[in-house]
Design a protein around this ligand. Sequence first.
Ligand SMILES: Nc1nc2c(ncn2[C@@H]2O[C@H](COP(=O)(O)OP(=O)(O)O)[C@@H](O)[C@H]2O)c(=O)[nH]1
Ligand SMILES: [Mg+2]
Length: 450
Amino acid sequence: MATQDTIAAVATPKGQGGVGIIRVSGPLVPTLLEPILSQTPEPLKALVGPFYNEERGVLDEGIALFFPNPHSFTGEDVLELQGHGSPVIQSVILDRLFALGVRLARPGEFSERAFLNGKKDLAEVEAIADLIAAQSERGAAMALRSLRGEFSREIKSLMKQLTQLRVYVEAAIDFPEEEIDFLSDQNLMQSFADLKAQLEKTQQSVAQGVMMREGIKLVLVGDPNAGKSSLLNWLTGEDTAIVTDTPGTTRDVLKSDILLDGVPIHVLDTAGLRQTEDLIEQEGIRRAEAALLEADHILWVVDASLPMGEGVKERLADLNHCNVTVVFNKIDLTLNQPGEGYHPELNFPVIYCSVKNMLGMGMLKKRLLSLTEGQQGGEEGHYMARSRHKHALAMAVDNLEEAEVLLASKQGELLAESLKWAHRSLGEIVGEFTTDDLLGEIFSSFCIGK
Ligand SMILES: Nc1nc2c(ncn2[C@@H]2O[C@H](COP(=O)(O)OP(=O)(O)O)[C@@H](O)[C@H]2O)c(=O)[nH]1
Ligand SMILES: [Mg+2]
């Protein structure tokens, strides 16, 4: 590792507080101890006392902690100065450090060094940021599992299995006369199948983890006047959208972010779908159709007091039923009871409710919550993940599927190549294969001091 700058930053939140912590990391740290503390603290032991300026005047008083490398967060020599939480004092102490050759840390630079020095892998340092940003206990617990390496261990175990496969296939290529036999081995086929099954399982957990972090896109669609905007307002708890009895009121896509049990839900209210001559409304409908394509889940709102249009049944039949709930609204105008069930004809889960009269809304909320819990139910063993991880896994699955075809056609060289790519894709998740661009993108989204 090349000699590094020594960096410093305030690690506690901006503003005033009881305590303010300045973290310093890098090779200069041992040379700072005497000038600032007038003594060398014992490693990992709290030293209580003054922090001095150049003339031995006292800048602040507090606790100093010295973590000699490699036993620190970054793996470098680290000094923590826990002084008073005053922005003025923090800036004076930072200036003192700068005069001694230290520079201000870039965003995420401490975490980046922890990664580069092998203290944490990439998925683990990403989890630090996710833990700090978590919006709920459930989210925090999931991020903590990733931070503690649960996700990374799963990825690394997949990589290990892939390595074994690669070794086997490479060996087969080295003995061309026996290659065909090698590649027809039943055990090899079984290993492929096992690996694929595990990759798919990991994909599910990751999808769940990404949802927890990034939320789901919930799109409200249906006929004009069915109650979509009323539903949006109920979800946001505010008058987010204009509600009137004039069909065609909502013309643009309205977006609102809510938290449901700590899971971010991005709700999109759309223009009702109908034939219209109005150019603005036509554009609104075009946008509604576009929103549909991006939805993680669709609430198709129907006015229960009116006969369902034929067009609606056809549209519904085109949609993937895992991702749709049909909401029969306005049951106050019908003989329906509030309730939920499965519509045998439509082939969809349905909910009977009235947004205006607050009938059956608890069931609707439960339905939405169940979407955020995923197929595996509960959250035991779930970890936080990012879209980046999801994409890398999907790449690995593609590569492996390609490899399966090549195995079937006994194309040893190409097979080895596909397996190598699958391995690389997984390696990107934990940071075994990265580019500077990727690292820059990840760490620049951190705050200074992390
Ligand atoms: N009776 C009744 N009227 C409702 C209900 N929900 C919404 N409405 C009314 O239906 C009309 C259209 O509602 P709106 O939310 O604008 O529908 P959108 O066009 O689908 O967005 C408004 O006058 C609402 O007050 C309901 O549960 N029962
Ligand atoms: Mg509307």
